[in-house]
Every structure is written in C-alpha cells, then in structure tokens.
Ligand binder design. Sequence first.
Ligand SMILES: [Zn+2]
Length: 308
Amino acid sequence: MLMNSNSQDWGSERGREATIAAPVSDLACLAVTFPSSRRVGDRRSARGCAFTLIELLVVIAIIAILVALLLPALGRAKQKAQIVKCISNLHQIGIGLKMYVDENGDTFPPATASQLAQGISDWSSFRHGDVLGGIEGSLRFSWIPPVTNRLLSSYVPAGEAFHCPPDRGLLDSGQAPTVFESVGCSYSFNHLLHANFYANADDSVNNLALKRENWVPDPALFISIHEWGAYPMGDRYSDVCSVAGWHEASHPGKGFGRADIKDAGKFVAPVLFVDGHSQRCDFTPSLRKDLLHGLEPTKDWIWYKPQK
Ligand SMILES: [Zn+2]
C-alpha cells in the first residue's frame, strides 16, 4: 500500500512538473524539461524524442566551439582570396601600362597634365598618376580626370580592375568611403615622392612619372603601381607622415602616424613591378623602422632611383 501510495504521489508530481514542449517538425519534437533522469527516460520513451536543457546547452557549446575554430580559418581564406584578386587586378593594369608605354615612345605616364605640358604649373590640372583608370567616383574635383581622359582607360576598360577588394579609404574611420568609391581607382602610379624625405632620389618629386623605360635601375624590383593603403603619405613641408593599411590590417583604412605606428597592425599590399610581375609585399618592418623614410630600398623592392 505504501509503495502504491508513493507511486501515485510521484505520478501526480509528474503532472505538475514544469515542462516546455515545442514541436520542430512533423517527424520530431523538442521538449525542454527539468525532471530527474528517471523521469527523462520515461518521457523519452513516451514521446519518442526529447532533449534536456543540459543536452541542448552541450550541443550549443560544441557548435560555438566549432564556429570559433572555423572563423579564423575563414578570415585567412578571405584575406588570401583578396590578395589573389588584387594581384589579378595589377596583372591586368600591368598589361595596359606596358601597352601605353610601348605606344608612347617607351615613356611612362606623367604625374600630372602639367608635367606632360613640360613644366607648366597648374595645380588644377589632371593628376593622372593618382587615377590612371577605373570608374567615375563620387568626388568631382577638377584634378580628377573623367574616365574618358584617364590614360589607361582604353587599355584596361574594366573599371573593376582598379578596385582593391579590401579598400576602406584612407586615414579615417571604417565608415569613410573607399578610395574606389570616391575617386574611382584604388591604385596609384609610383609618381609621388616627398622631396624633404627623399632628397637623394634622382627625381624626388615625380619619381617614375614621364621617365623612359631605360631610366629604371632594376625593373624586377622597381614598383610601378601600388594601392594607396600601405603607402606612407607625407607633408612635403613638415615631418608629418601617416599610413593606412588595407590587406590583413587590423583596422583597415584607419590612419597611423609616427606616434602610434609601433602599435598598428600589419601593412601588407600587393604591388606591380616595372617588369610586369606583381606580388604581395609586407611593408610593416620598413614603415615601423622609420615612417618618414618608409620607401627606402629593401632586397625585395625599391620605390625610387637614387642619385648617381
Ligand atoms: Zn589590394
């Protein structure tokens, strides 16, 4: 009698226990319960399938661990894909640049329309070196040539070829527009040096712009096209210099100056060389060593030709 009485009490408790049940399909059901293990067994056998809260949490934890393991690998895969796309862009631009040089007396494009007009100074003239191709951007400054006036547009008509995938703008927060969106071109010709930093350069102002092919000291090492990210931008009249990385950057597009360059992330960028090949370069050590002279020669690349 005692046992029967207990059995009945236990049965009545089962009826009062807190149970949340939610059907997930016609074939299965999901119930979150808080009973003892014996009661779970009873319920499972009675209803076909059910998970306890603990089991559910364990599954969620396992999924979270798998996602946490996968995310860095996915991030690295995305970065590699962006490098590959960027190198492909530079390869196309390199073919177009070579065609341009061949059709213009073995001479590279000018930095500006003024330089092409043999020294006539006009700061509103087209800055060809900044925008050799691409699309019409949102900015409408007089120095930005329309697509039809860009020197490589007819050789590389696909505007997207001038779009670096991780382009996040320059020196501003992540919300800044990309360089591609603003001026229509993520890449620049290697036409810019800062005279007070590179006074020993053969041309410390226009660099490769409007030079003959035979001026280049080592075509396999001399950079001809680079993206704006990872290129140090200095004020010609002061010692202020800053840089913003895109590829593999911890804060793409965010600017770093002399004071915080040591704490910044990586400065990685694919570049095009005069001989037509392109490859990924890690400029981090050069820039951290001396941001004001971040373009000094290394064994893997040179930005400018030294004076003889
Ligand atoms: Zn790129």
